[in-house]
Design a protein. Sequence first.
Length: 140
Amino acid sequence: MKRAGVLDLNSSYSYLMLCKFFSETCVIAEENDRIVGFVSAFIPPESQDTVFVWQVAVDASQRGKGLGKTLLKELLNRNACDDVRFLEATVSPSNVPSQSLFKSVAKDLDTQCQVFECFPENLFPDEQHESEWTYRIGPF
């Protein structure tokens, strides 16, 4: 969702593939026939008890209203997540809004939020890319 302004942009093809092949774990929010929020996620084949959230995008007009949290809770309530006990996402150190979002979801679900390094910055070919830290929420 380009209007979110803070995400790494991917090709429209990648979003179409996500929505086609992972439709049960992608969630959108609409207002007046316009997409104002999007969560892309999938359940890794080797970790069937975990849903990995790739991106949470919220339009600037909707920020501060709890839409990101609502989208994540909708994701967890879907049939595809019946066996899911953990939600994971990677977040860069400077992305304070996402850090707050995942910690808040953990608090609402009365569970833990563990944080540990996933991808150190030296793995990224782009010199300006920060490290990515895993936020693991659960069990629930």
